[in-house]
Design a protein around this ligand. Structure first.
Ligand code: FEO
Length: 414
C-alpha cells in the first residue's frame, strides 16, 4: 500500500481487496479499493479507514511516514459510515493510539459501542457542525442518511473543497496506487470504473436511490472541487462527472433507465429455453440491446446490474409447483427489495398440468410495490408450438417498442 497526495494537506491511503465476496455475497472479479484519507492542519484527522490493514504496527507507521505524519499526530478519526469495510480497523488502531476522538453522527454512536465497545472520546456531529484542524482547514459535516446506512454522513474539507462521501460516488474495481485519480487515468480506464460503478450501485446503493438523490442535492449546494470516496478512484479533474453518473443511476431505479431489455430466463427441461432466442432476436431487431442471463447460473449481482440499467425486462420462467421457477422467484423478490421499480415486463414460460407463475409474479409485484407493467404473457403447455413462438416474438416486439417510446417520452419531459 502506497500513500498518495490528493491535494495540499490531503492524502489517500488505500488497499485493494480481491479474494472476498463483498458484504459476504457480492462477487468482485475486478476487486475493490478501500480508501481512507489523512487531512492535515495544525492537527491531523484520518477519515474512514483501511479495514484490511494487517494490524502490524510497522505497516501503518510506514504509510504514515510517507505522509510525514507521526501516529501521535492523529487527534481525530472521522467515521462517516459504520459498515466494517470502513470502520473495522478501529480496534487495532486504538491499541496503538488510544488518544483520539471519534467524530461521527448521533446514529453511529451506539454502533461504535455495539461493534467495537468504543464509548469514550466520541463526539457526535450533525449537518452544519465543523471541526477546525487549524491552519485554515475546517472540516464540515453533512448527514447523508441511508447512503448507505442510516448513520452515514459526508465530510467536506472547506480549504481544499474536497468531499469525502464514503460509499456515495464509489465503485467496484481495484485501483492502482500509481494512478488513483481521474486526471492520471486514460479515458478507457475511467470508463472501466464507471462500468464497475453500475454493478456496485445496483448491488449496494440502489435500494437507497431516494436518499441518494437527496444526498446529491446537498452535494450540488457545495462548491466541490474533488470527490474522494471510500471505494474507487478520486475525482479531481471532473468531480461533476461522477455526480452526473450517480444522478443517472439513481434515476434508473425508478425508471425509465436505458432503452434496453434485460432477459432473465430459467428452464428445467429445455421447453422454456426454446423461446429465449426468438424473443431476444425479436427485441434486438427493433434496435433494442439486450442483456441475457440464465438463472440460477448467472449470479444475482450481475442480474441486478442488467435490470437496473434496462427499462424493459423479459422473464422466461416455467411454472414450478404452481409458482415461478424458484431461482426466478428469488431474483424477482430481490429486484423488489432493491426497489427497482416501474419496468415494462414480458413473461413467457412452459407449464405442465397447471399455470401459476404469473400469479406469484403479480403477488411479488404488489407486495413489494414494484409497479411493473406487464405485457400479456405467453404461456404454453409443454413445449412451445410454432404459433406460440410467433406470438412471443410479436409480444417481444411490442415490449421493445414500448420501451423505446417510454424512454423517448421521458427524455422529452426532462
Ligand atoms: Fe463501503 Fe456501506 O460500506
Amino acid at each position: 500500500m502506497k500513500t498518495t497526495q490528493v491535494t495540499d494537506g490531503v492524502y489517500r491511503l488505500s488497499a485493494n481487496v480481491h479474494d472476498i465476496l463483498f458484504e459476504g455475497f457480492w462477487p468482485i472479479p475486478n476487486g475493490v479499493a478501500l480508501n481512507s484519507y489523512v487531512v492535515k492542519g495544525e492537527k491531523c484527522a484520518i477519515i474512514d479507514g483501511v479495514c484490511n490493514w494487517d494490524g502490524v504496527p510497522e505497516t501503518l507507521f510506514a504509510q504514515l511516514d510517507q505522509m510525514q505524519v507521526r501516529l501521535e499526530d492523529i487527534d481525530y478519526v472521522v467515521i462517516n459510515h459504520m459498515e466494517p469495510d470502513h470502520s473495522g480497523w478501529l480496534e487495532a488502531f486504538r491499541t496503538l493510539r488510544p488518544q483520539f476522538t471519534v467524530y461521527c453522527s448521533e446514529r453511529a454512536k451506539p454502533l461504535l459501542e455495539a461493534f467495537y465497545g468504543i464509548v469514550d472520546n466520541v463526539q457526535t456531529v450533525k449537518s452544519g457542525d465543523t471541526l477546525d484542524l487549524g491552519n485554515g482547514r475546517v472540516l464540515a459535516f453533512e448527514d447523508i442518511p441511508n447512503v448507505h446506512w442510516p448513520e452515514t454522513m459526508a465530510t467536506y474539507d472547506t480549504k481544499s473543497k474536497t468531499l469525502f462521501p464514503c460509499d456515495a460516488f464509489g465503485s467496484f474495481g481495484a485501483v492502482s496506487d500509481d494512478a488513483p485519480y481521474d486526471d492520471t487515468l486514460q479515458e478507457e480506464h475511467i470508463e472501466f470504473f464507471e462500468r464497475e460503478m453500475e454493478r456496485y450501485y445496483a448491488n449496494i446503493v440502489t435500494a437507497y436511490s431516494a436518499p441518494t438523490k437527496k444526498a446529491i442535492e446537498k452535494v450540488d449546494a457545495l462548491d466541490v472541487r474533488i470527490i474522494a470516496p471510500g471505494h474507487g478512484i478520486v475525482w479531481r479533474r471532473d468531480p461533476h462527472r461522477v455526480i452526473r453518473d450517480y444522478k443517472r443511476l439513481s434515476s434508473y431505479a425508478e425508471g425509465p433507465a436505458r432503452p434496453e431489455v434485460a432477459v432473465i430466463w430459467g428452464s428445467m427441461y429445455g421447453m422454456t429455453e426454446q423461446m429465449v432466442r426468438p424473443v431476444v432476436d425479436a427485441i434486438e431487431a427493433e434496435g433494442v440491446p439486450t442483456h441475457v442471463h440464465r438463472v440460477p447460473e448467472s449470479g444475482l449481482s450481475f442480474v441486478l446490474e442488467s435490470v437496473l440499467k434496462s427499462s424493459g425486462v423479459v422473464l422466461g420462467t416455467p411454472t414450478y409447483e404452481y409458482k415461478m421457477f424458484p431461482p426466478m422467484a428469488a431474483v424477482v423478490d430481490e429486484l423488489g427489495k432493491k426497489r427497482i421499480q416501474n419496468r415494462i415486463c414480458l413473461r413467457f414460460g412452459s407449464y405442465g398440468w397447471s399455470g401459476g407463475a404469473q400469479r406469484e409474479l403479480d403477488e411479488i409485484n404488489g407486495r413489494l410495490k414494484m409497479n411493473w407493467r406487464f405485457i400479456e404473457p405467453v404461456e404454453f403447455k409443454g413445449r412451445p408450438r410454432e404459433t406460440d413462438i410467433e406470438l412471443a416474438k410479436e409480444r417481444a416486439r411490442e415490449l421493445a417498442r414500448a420501451v423505446k417510446q417510454w424512454v423517448l417520452a421521458e427524455s422529452r419531459v426532462h
